[in-house]
Design a protein around this ligand. Sequence first.
Ligand SMILES: Cc1cc2nc3c(=O)[nH]c(=O)nc-3n(C[C@H](O)[C@H](O)[C@H](O)COP(=O)(O)OP(=O)(O)OC[C@H]3O[C@@H](n4cnc5c(N)ncnc54)[C@H](O)[C@@H]3O)c2cc1C
Length: 470
Amino acid sequence: MKGEVIVVGGGLAGLSAALRLGDSGYRPIVLESRRRLGGRASSFDDAISGRAFDNCQHVLMGCCTNLLDFYTRIGVEDAIEWHDTIAWCRPDGGRDIMRAKCLPAPFHLATSFGRMKLLDGPGKRAVRRAMWRTLRIGRRGRHRYAGRCFRSLLDQWRQPEDAVRLFWEPIIVSACNTPLDQVAAVHGLQVFQDGFLAGRWHATMGVPRVPLRELYEPALAAITDAGGEVRLGWRASGIGSERRRVVGVETGRGFVRGDTVIAALPWAQLDGLIDPSLRKLDSRLTHLSELGHSPILGVHLLLDRPVMETPHLVMPGRETHWFFNKGTGDDGTQHIHAVVSAADAWMDRSGDAIEAAVLADLAHACPGVRDAEVLLVRPVKERQATFLASAEAEKVRPRVAPSPIGTGGGDLEGLYLAGDWCDTGWPATMEGAVRSGYLAAEAIAGVPLVVNDAPAGLLVRLLGAGSKGR
Ligand SMILES: Cc1cc2nc3c(=O)[nH]c(=O)nc-3n(C[C@H](O)[C@H](O)[C@H](O)COP(=O)(O)OP(=O)(O)OC[C@H]3O[C@@H](n4cnc5c(N)ncnc54)[C@H](O)[C@@H]3O)c2cc1C
């Protein structure tokens, strides 16, 4: 055994770090304040319906290589249902289907995009031009746009207002949970380069077929099988240090001694438990509070009959961004989940106002809802759902590993960070969280653990857009 590592936080970042450390011969000890794992990707028992509801629908894409690796390692890869079709509900209520056809990437979605009635001819031509530029910029080239917001790039590329509102906005806001005029250009470019243009598989959408808690609970057995330990109900209250070195973690149940600690907490919780003296010793901890938050609203709806046929619907131009069809029960009731990203405007709305707005959008997409009885409306407001993926945040997202102490300063030795808000290059996603966990484990173990990006298609690489990335 190579040594113990204390991992504070049993969300995806902490779990993935612990698992990889266990596999690499270390003994991870996970301290999680709650009685369950999974952090922000979790489920709860709804008292009225008696069902397990997720805090919100969680979606992934084929390009999430580290998350998929994690699923394979904990044995839940078959719990993901894959969709190669994205169904859009147009403002006129009609449907558009986006699906990869036989053309090679980056043109695999071109045929179905050409058939979509969402945009007029000039709108589609403008989007195609912007896609071409996005492709030519390449994975490495997108970093030239650091400091800019994606909206300014779309303006520079003369995207018509309808194309912005009906096409770019629904995709980017839901992928990055940040308004279009704030989201960093690097993230906007990444969503299209790595998600939509790089290959057919990259653009395939994955949706868990089981409640999130069933997806992530198997991590506990996987970590213990790898020689680690998971302590539920252990809340960290401080990080202990002596002479610029970590010596352990303070908890309500006593001090847990150890010289290597991964703080895999949300940034605000970490900020709350570090001592001001510690902040001075570690430059990564100085700007945490500049990261900001962006809320998400999820609304569970139970209807007495099926009204929605497709597995999901994107709702361009509407207040509700997505509807997910969660299935029809043996009793004929249908469970639909509505999602609103970057949902600041919804946070102070009453339950009645949320219900009225979401049902109006559902009726627009699925008129059958007008004849249905709505049995349950259960809104879940996540005010601190993710960090705000703005251009400013990109400047202050910290590295996971401490820089060595030397004449130029250095960070707290033995303190590693993990979480979707760390500098992974990804917006706040499950993939970003797992990447940060793998990066932290990699920095400790000193061996490569992060899974490379899925290689882009040959033509994409020939066009210069698939330059290697991690
Ligand atoms: C509503 C919503 C919808 C989302 N939708 C998607 C989506 O569709 N696709 C996607 O990829 N991502 C989505 N995300 C983002 C995704 O859930 C997160 O990026 C990811 O789960 C973050 O994992 P994490 O480990 O970094 O942090 P967390 O999940 O927050 O884990 C941190 C853990 O630390 C624990 N903790 C906190 N304080 C302490 C303490 N003092 N001591 C010990 N433990 C502590 C917490 O209980 C928690 O378990 C969504 C998030 C939300 C909230």
